[in-house]
Design a protein around this ligand. Structure first.
Ligand SMILES: NC(=O)c1ccc[n+]([C@@H]2O[C@H](COP(=O)([O-])OP(=O)(O)OC[C@H]3O[C@@H](n4cnc5c(N)ncnc54)[C@H](OP(=O)(O)O)[C@@H]3O)[C@@H](O)[C@H]2O)c1
Length: 287
């Protein structure tokens, strides 16, 4: 039996489809992650936990501490009591307890907590994900719609990234379940295309037929810009964490997925149809 925390989120929605298709029995964790009683009840009889619950989309450091760090510590403790055989945690490339970026620092603290516990674990450090309902490509599209005739390129858009398709991450997670060779391991998964932010923005504009002029946003103005957007434009969730990727490049080996999971991840261009779905532009424009 697999228990999934955060099953209703962006990754959770895709993962649950993949697990069902692969014939796994799973249940969604129901309740707040910091509630020991709920955890104890729902962990009974569970073999594997896939931990996706996170307050990241809210963009508040206080919640990051309470939900992501303390909530995960609580979950780990209850997994230990319940003798769970594997906990799978989705972290981020660049996770580091000493990072200057609060999100990456929180991820570093979470990784440290799991490594310091006696619960068998697998940490998946993922690159930024793209796919329907993401907080990356749809934000770029939303910003391009709003800022006609410009497309914003923080720091000139030169930062390198290897975004990964959500369905490919879900495949990796399903394959991680029960793999004893991945216990105690930290696996990095990223797309096999290394793109600059400006290339990604251009792909999104081409896929949606928008024409925009590139506009360089100096990195020094990026934080005030995202804070302003967060206050004024709550959806898609532009939080200060959106800016982190411009300060810490998210790069990994180009064959990171192939090497561990034996398949090649999709490219942005092949999967961008979700950016053309009916009603999306209208929704992005009206928020
Ligand atoms: N998306 C990416 O590009 C990406 C890349 C790398 C790593 N990750 C990591 O993967 C994990 C999941 O990401 P995601 O994009 O799926 O996040 P998401 O869409 O924001 O989903 C978060 C989930 O956590 C739940 N949640 C929030 N607060 C909770 C609490 N106090 N107790 C229990 N559940 C709570 C939410 O449920 P409610 O909405 O009902 O509160 C939701 O189901 C995160 O740790 C994230 O850092 C994401």
């Amino acid at each position: 039996m697999i228990l999934i925390t955060g099953a209703t989120g962006f990754i959770g929605r895709s993962l649950t489809r993949h697990l069902t298709a692969a014939g796994y029995e799973w249940q969604a964790y129901n309740g707040r992650i910091n509630n020991p009683l709920h955890l104890r009840q729902q962990l009974a009889g569970v073999d594997v936990v896939i931990h996706l619950a996170s307050s990241e989309a809210r963009g508040r450091n206080r919640l990051l501490q309470h939900v992501d760090i303390e909530g995960t510590e609580r979950l780990i403790e209850e997994c230990r009591r319940a003798q769970v055989q594997q906990i799978i945690i989705v972290s981020r490339i660049g996770a580091d307890s000493y990072s200057l970026q609060p999100l990456l620092r929180a991820k570093g603290d979470i990784e440290r907590a799991i490594r310091g516990s006696s619960v068998p674990y697998t940490i998946i450090r993922a690159a930024t994900l793209f796919g329907q309902g993401d907080r990356f490509s749809e934000i770029i599209l939303g910003l391009a719609i709003w800022s006609w005739p410009l497309v914003w390129l923080p720091g000139g858009g030169t930062v390198a990234m290897q975004p990964l398709w959500i369905e490919d991450l879900a495949r990796c997670l399903v394959q991680t379940v029960g793999r004893t060779d991945l216990l105690g391991q930290t696996i990095t998964v990223a797309g096999e295309e290394r793109l600059r932010y400006q290339d990604i923005a251009r792909e999104i504009l081409v896929a949606t037929g928008l024409r925009r002029l590139p506009f360089n946003l100096p990195l020094v103005l990026l934080r005030p810009f995202t804070t302003l957007l967060f206050r004024w434009w709550h959806w898609p969730a532009v939080t200060a964490y959106f800016a982190d990727r411009f300060f810490v490049p998210e790069v990994a080996d180009l064959d990171s997925v192939l090497r561990v999971y034996g398949f090649r991840p999709a490219h942005l261009r092949e999967t961008s149809a979700y950016l053309r779905r009916p009603g999306l532009r209208w929704r992005l424009f009206h928020r």
